[in-house]
Structures are given as C-alpha cells and as structure tokens.
Design a protein around this ligand. Structure first.
Ligand SMILES: [Zn+2]
Length: 394
C-alpha cells in the first residue's frame, strides 16, 4: 500500500464524517472534498450550480465517471448510538460515524484513487481516458437527481459509471427501481357523536391498506433483482376537530419496482383497489432546493437497472478484482436504491457497483466502515480504467 494513502486516507474519511452533511446541507463537506482533490493534484476541481463537487483527472476523449454521494441521512434517535455519530473515530480497524458506510468511505476512496491515478498516470491511466469523480448531493432525498442535472444541464455523458455505494467487498450490477405514491380518500365529516351521519375516510382507507398488504407477495419476480415490494410508510387524516368524523385520509407508499415494472402500472394497481373511483392517486413531485438553492422539479419515480454480466464494464471489474485481491468476486445487487436509477435506469449508461462498507450499516445507528475495505476500494478504482481499457481492446 502506498504510504501517502495509508496515512492520509483514514484521516480524510474521519475528517469528512466530522462535517455533518444532511441532504440540502452539504456545502461544508463539498468544500472540504474540493480542497482535498486540489491538494492531491486533480487536474481540475469545481462545485457546479447544483452543488456537486466535480474532480477531473486526465484529458482523453473517453469519459469514465466514478460517483459517490456526499449527503447522509440524519442520525435518528441519538440514544441508539453508543458513541458520538460525528466523532469520525478510528478504532479497532474501523472508522465510525454517520455516513461511514453510506457513503463517505466511497468518496474518500475515490479522492485517493484520483491521487494514485494522477501520481502514476503513465502506468495507471490510459491516455484516451478522462476520469470524472463526482461527489454528488441530495441523493438521500431524490436518488439520481444530481445525475439528471449533470447529464441534462452540464451535458456530461460518460460511457460508464462506477457507483461506490457499499457492496461489502463484492461487485454489484443492478438494483430494483422504486416509485413513491400518495393516495387520498375523501369522506364526509359529521359530529363525532353521530358518526352515522358522515362517511369516515379512515375506515374507507383501512380497507385499501389491507388490500395493499395482500399485494406484497404477489408482485412480479425477477431472478436477479428479486420481487417488487410495497409498504405503507405514512398515514394521515384530517377532520374538523378531534370530535368529528374525518373527511380525508391520506397514505404514502414506498413501492419497489422489479425488472419490467413501470411507475404508471404501479399507480394503476393502487387505483384499481378503490372500486368507487373517488380515491386520488398520484406520484408526488420532488421540489426541495439543493444546498446551492437549485430547484429541479421531478416526479418521484426511479427506474430499475441492471448491467449485463458480459458487458466489458462488468468483466473489467471482475478482472481488476481478481488480480488485485487474488480471489474471484461475487456478483450481486443492491437492495436499496442508488444514483444508478438515473445514470443507467433513465439514460442507459452502464453502471457497476463496488464500494466499501455494508448495506446493513447504512441508515443504522453505530454506522462504521472497515479500514481494509477503504484501502481496497481506493486501489480498485485506481486500477479499474486500465482493466476496462484492456477489455475494450479484446
Ligand atoms: Zn447511499
């Protein structure tokens, strides 16, 4: 292992864990990452209008992107943590804190992979490539939006993208998609002392909620991505007072889409549960501003994606893995969602996943990442373009 990396990479990760960066509040961590990219010798670094940090190495005509989002979810209940979530403590072979696995380790490893590619450019980076390392924002609230911005507004169009969300030492090549759905059932309010005069919106909606639970096990199955799923994530109601029959009940759904399922069909499926046709069902819009105040309204729909196992992006990843770590990689998929929903799901750019950390530690208390995996990731990213280049020449 390169000395500089051995010393500086864990410290850098620890540093960026100590800078909280909830979605929409990433400016501090973005500036810290920008400074580190400049310090280790990237050719060009900038923060775009959306708020992403973009670091470039090389100037060849072919573009490879490597992506890590730099926002995190909140800490949840502080009492569930055994230590300060923003300590960034380095202990027992791990680095600890919110974002360690999801996914500040990924972006930290990318910055130091950039350092390696820059320092050993002749050996590591084929001349025809440019590497763009993207520290993207607002992923936790609207996965892929950052990349819709990069592709639509900055005209950045890589031939492939390495996604660095946690894969626990394996290579991933897909994930299910998802769509958020809201449904509102009307009722007729009446005095709570005489409920028979009204129509209770909660009671009406209760039948729908039961039907939704029944849907779960019956959704389509894809051999690789798994089965579609659905869960009610929120229920709210409104009434003139707490002593009234409610005249509105609204539910919110998290619907995961497997291969071949579309948001429109998922929406229809919910509409069909209400025989009266009175329930309003829709896909909400995402409209929250980024930390730079950029507003990019989109519907909250995120298509599934998978990259063919024989694609050079995947075979190159397997070759790089095997020769660096001297064992055969396993190929898997994420259970959760990533920026791949836009990069591959919408724009058809092949993606591969390799990232330090474990999916089960994401969004959980006592989050951490193994330092070994952090080093492995940096090495993998630094060597990947070379292996990809060889695959393409075959
Ligand atoms: Zn993530």
């Amino acid at each position: 292992m390169n000395r500089m990396i051995e010393r500086s990479l864990p410290d850098f990760l620890s540093d960026i864990i100590r800078i909280p960066s909830y979605s929409g509040q990433e400016s501090g961590v973005a500036r810290r990452i920008e400074a580190e990219m400049l310090r280790v010798g990237f050719d060009e670094v900038r923060i775009d209008r959306f708020g992403n940090v973009l670091g470039r190495i090389g100037s060849g005509p072919r573009l490879i992107a490597m992506d890590g989002h730099i926002d995190t979810v909140e800490i949840g209940n502080r009492d569930s943590w055994d230590f300060d979530p923003f300590s960034g403590e380095i202990r027992d072979g791990y680095i600890w804190g919110r974002g360690a696995s999801d996914q500040k380790a990924g972006i930290a490893a990318l910055v130091y992979a950039g350092y390696l590619m820059r320092s050993f450019q002749k050996e590591l980076l084929p001349e025809e490539f440019t590497i763009l390392i993207t520290g993207t924002v607002s992923e936790e609230d609207c996965d892929g939006l950052c990349w819709r911005y990069l592709i639509e507004k900055e005209s950045i169009r890589p031939e492939l993208c390495v996604i660095t969300e946690p894969t626990d030492g394996t290579i991933y090549r897909g994930q299910r998609g998802r769509v958020e759905i809201s449904a509102r059932m009307p009722g007729i309010s009446a005095h709570g002392s005489a409920p028979e005069r009204g129509v209770n919106a909660i009671t009406r909606m209760a039948d729908i909620v039961t039907s939704i639970s029944d849907l779960s096990g019956t959704l389509p199955l894809d051999e690789f991505l798994g089965r579609g799923s659905i869960t009610v994530s929120r229920i709210t109601s409104a009434a003139p007072s707490l002593c009234s029959v409610p005249d509105s009940c609204e539910i919110y759904l998290d619907r995961r889409l497997t291969w071949g399922e579309t948001p429109a069909a998922a929406l229809e499926q919910i509409r069909a549960l209400d025989s009266t046709g009175e329930m309003q069902v829709e896909i909400p819009e995402f409209t929250a501003p980024t930390h730079r105040g950029f507003v990019y309204p989109v519907l909250k729909e995120y298509p599934a994606w998978k990259t063919d196992p024989s694609h050079p992006a995947i075979t190159a990843a397997m070759d790089a893995f095997e020769s660096l770590f001297e064992r055969k990689p396993e190929i898997g998929r994420w259970i959760f969602s990533t920026n791949g929903v836009a990069i591959s799901g919408i724009y058809g750019i092949p993606c591969i996943g390799f990232g330090p950390g474990r999916e089960e530690w994401a969004h959980a208390p006592n989050e951490r990442v193994a330092i070994d995996q952090l080093y492995q990731a940096a090495l993998f990213y630094a060597f990947y373009p070379q292996y990809y280049h060889r695959q393409r020449e075959r």
